[in-house]
Design a protein around this ligand. Sequence first.
Ligand code: FES
Length: 147
Amino acid sequence: MGELGFEPRIVALCCHFCAYAAADLAGALRLQCPDSIHVVKIPCTGDLDVRDVLAAFESGADGVMIAGCMEGDCHYQTGNLRALKRVERTQQVLTEAGVGGERIRMYHLSSAMGGRWAEVAREMDAHIRQLGPSPLRPVGGASAGES
Ligand code: FES
């Protein structure tokens, strides 16, 4: 059940070639995306490390989206497939740590999928609102996506 007055902070790690371009397109088309989503451009989801995701939670994220190219379309061959395995491992770590593995999700998008980006952004926002604040969220401290 969601917490009253809770405003989630969600870090969206988006690969430069597809997901970031899709997020950009959604913005250009003025599609409605929640303010809770903070897009961070990365070269490829295959570069992600479990520690990068944990660092996002430690700096105040309530949820993390990993968004890469469609399966088979990664510009670095199998980066998004490697990322999928790391996401699964990170989900296990988060579950064992009591944070909740369901706070991280992976999506696959092409650069033309501005509409789909807006849809998954709203879906992730609703999902994290339902879960409530991350137990790792610093009280009164700096938050993810703010500097
Ligand atoms: Fe997009 Fe690898 S370049 S996931």
